[in-house]
Design a protein around this ligand. Structure first.
Ligand SMILES: *[C@@H]1O[C@H](CO)[C@@H](O)[C@H](O)[C@H]1NC(C)=O
Ligand SMILES: *[C@@H]1O[C@H](CO)[C@@H](O)[C@H](O)[C@H]1NC(C)=O
Ligand SMILES: *[C@@H]1O[C@H](CO)[C@@H](O)[C@H](O)[C@H]1NC(C)=O
Length: 640
């Protein structure tokens, strides 16, 4: 999504905050841990190493939007603070920290230095300094996220970052009061990103500027999209939007990434309005989004969007403010399905648009608003944005996997997988946690906790778990009994261990045209269509950056009998690297299937499935594997 030139501004009248009696910010239900305190282990650590050895960790060496070491150069990181540099920084700060990659980490520090050193006397931050370029606010917001994350690993940077932000805020406040100066269409839709930064300042470094900070939050909302209306029952679009007039006069309100950002807007709003309606609307809007636009991979569909990345972050934030486990369940499904499915196993190529019934990945055009190259796996299909933005997905998922309760007495293990964390809880309680597991490729998680004092530890039990057990300190396995999605474990001083076994039933999700999607645990299972691969283009600067086309080389037109689904695991002791690649999953399902007639549309994608097909040949057995492993060709199965 390259920034558009200034669009006509739209002001939404009449949201009055004056009636609010409460002041200050409402507390969150759960607090994130600083970057670096939650680390991936086992296969998840390897996944981040794969990402670092792939496009994410090499793009700064050759990709012109982020590659120049001469920061002031035409295409440098700095000059692309309007988008590319900011996105890259926000992603590569946590990526470099979580894999201990010193060269990239050093580059993020230099970038921070350069940007802060060039803040001008008015407080403006960015490449517009000393130029006549118009100043739009949004491009800075992901940069702020990266800067905040850097202060978490380098506390000595805190003063500089906080001082720079406190210099920027009065300028931004003045611009917002001045008829929404600097608010283009992107700032209108993504105002909540800046609110998050302002709330970080308010929570940790208010410096007596609470009123200015809260006023700036209100002005951002006032000059931005009224998300409470976008997510209202009355105005929320219940079908694909290309033929629906947009009541907000701003098509970008229904832009895929903006919707994901908008999901965070209402919980951020709640913190300064204290209005429970904002929370209720966010929760209901979340349900409507997935009810009307959801996909079996966990994500929702949009033709102007990349799978999962922003939603991962948004969903984590919703959980922190609202505490409803449904947000965490979905984030996990997105991270373990939609995200890996849209990248090649080696993470050198990514799609812009992922299709559900993806029988090929090539230059095709079923998309009303995006280019025909959107479906290709490559360096920068359709837009460069996601090349620099996708690397934030895994690191943010990892960073948000553990939380603290606001009283700092408890740790919460939210996203299941192999992690370690060490943190100091209240009363100087030093706690370390190691979780050893192949989850989601296994149902069993071994957790070892050491603590200097007794405390209550919580671990999320996903809603799909059926017959889950917990065995503490080598004792017998008892049924889990979570409350609001969290299992409490009493931890004594010293070492505590427990083993969770979290089996799940195979579930069938009904989809349009009598079709079905198949799930077990967090995974959506799909048929890995046999295929040919063709290199469409190889980047002249970096031969590993390839654009790939995939075409089915065997039949994909099948109907299945869900009554015959049978789940299997090879129960390995470790996973191959990269795990998210064809043929690598230790989990699979077999199912009885028969060939049917199913049309192709356009060049080349699957038409909607026939509702009542007849078998055109003999029964066969198909093997289904998790969607992220089956990439890039996937298929929703359906009834005979
Ligand atoms: C990074 O360093 C941490 C702390 O020293 C260590 O636990 C972790 O295994 C390292 N990660 C990688 C990917 O090398
Ligand atoms: C809370 O928000 C709703 C919806 O935006 C609004 O109608 C209501 O007046 C607000 N309540 C208060 C006390 O401001
Ligand atoms: C084919 O599979 C279907 C569904 O399981 C079953 O009802 C039918 O009997 C099978 N046909 C043959 C010839 O085995």
């Amino acid at each position: 999504m390259k920034l558009l030139p200034a669009l006509q501004l739209l002001f939404i009248p009449g949201v009055s905050f004056l009636a609010q009696a409460q002041t200050g910010l409402a507390p969150k239900k759960f607090l994130p841990l600083p970057l670096g305190q939650v680390r991936p282990r086992g296969w998840l650590s390897d996944q981040l190493v794969v990402q670092t050895n792939g496009l994410a960790g090499h793009e700064h060496e050759f990709y012109h939007y982020v590659s120049q070491t001469d920061w002031t150069g035409g295409d440098s990181l700095y000059s692309n603070l309007e988008e590319a540099g900011s996105y890259w920084f926000n992603a590569m700060v946590p990526n470099s920290v979580l894999v201990n990659e010193t060269v990239i980490h050093q580059k993020t520090l230099e970038f921070l230095d350069y940007v802060l050193d060039h803040q001008d006397s008015t407080g403006w931050i960015g490449p517009e300094v000393n130029t006549n370029k118009p100043r739009f606010l949004w491009g800075r917001y992901p940069f702020f996220f990266g800067a905040i994350q850097l202060t978490e690993v380098h506390p000595e940077l805190t003063d500089r970052v906080v001082t720079a932000l406190h210099k920027f805020v009065p300028l931004a406040n003045k611009m917002l009061h001045n008829n929404g100066e600097g608010v283009d269409a992107w700032a209108q839709t993504r105002w909540e990103d800046f609110v998050l930064t302002l709330q970080w300042l308010h929570d940790f470094h208010p410096n007596g500027k609470e009123d200015l900070l809260v006023d700036t939050m209100k002005q951002l909302k006032f000059t931005g999209v009224p998300w409470e209306k976008v997510f209202s029952e009355e105005l929320f679009p219940k079908t694909a939007v290309e033929h629906t007039p947009n009541p907000f006069n701003l098509p970008l309100t229904w832009h895929g990434v903006n919707i994901a950002e908008g999901l965070k807007a209402l919980p951020t709003t709640f913190r300064f309005t204290h209005n429970q309606t904002d929370i209720d609307t966010a929760s209901k809007g979340w349900d409507m989004l997935f009810q009307y636009h959801g996909r079996p991979s966990g994500i929702y569909a949009a033709d102007e969007y990349l799978a999962g990345l922003e939603a991962v972050r948004g969903g984590s934030y919703l959980y922190q403010v609202i505490g409803d486990p449904k947000f965490a369940d979905r984030v996990e499904r997105i991270a373990y399905n939609a995200l890996p499915a849209t990248l090649t196993g080696d993470m050198w190529s990514r799609q812009y648009l992922q299709q559900q019934n993806q029988i090929a990945s090539k230059d095709i055009n079923p998309f009303p608003n995006d280019g025909s190259y959107s479906n290709v796996f490559g360096l920068e299909p359709n837009y460069p944005c996601c090349t620099v933005n996708f690397p934030q997905g895994w690191p943010k998922f990892i960073s948000n996997a553990f939380l603290k309760t606001p009283d700092q007495k408890s740790l919460v293990h939210l996203y299941l997988g192999p992690f370690s964390t060490s943190s100091t809880l209240s009363s100087d309680n030093h706690v370390t946690v190691n979780v050893d597991t192949l989850y989601p490729f296994s149902d069993t998680l071994h957790t070892t906790i050491t603590a200097t004092k007794a405390f209550t530890y919580f671990v999320r039990i996903p809603s799909w778990v059926s017959g889950g057990t917990i065995a503490i300190n080598g004792g017998k396995a008892n049924a889990v009994n979570p409350s609001n999605g969290l299992q409490a474990v009493s931890v004594s001083p010293g070492t505590t261990t427990f083993v969770l076994n979290l089996p799940a039933k195979i579930t069938i999700e009904n989809r349009p045209h009598n079709s079905i999607a198949i799930h077990r645990g967090p995974f959506n299972f799909a048929f890995d269509i046999p295929r040919n691969q063709k290199v469409l283009r190889r980047d002249s600067r970096e031969p590993r950056a390839v654009d790939l086309e995939f075409d089915a080389s065997g039949a994909w037109q099948f109907a299945i009998d869900p009554a015959t689904l049978h789940f299997e695991t090879t129960s390995p002791s470790s996973l191959p690297s990269p795990i998210f690649d064809s043929g690598k999953s230790p989990l699979s399902m077999t199912v009885t299937a028969c060939p049917i007639d199913w049309d192709i549309a356009g060049n080349t994608f699957a038409a909607p499935p026939p509702s009542n097909p007849a078998c055109t040949g003999r029964n066969t057995t198909l093997t289904l594997t998790p969607l992220g492993v089956s990439n890039p060709c996937v298929l929703v199965q359906w009834h005979m």
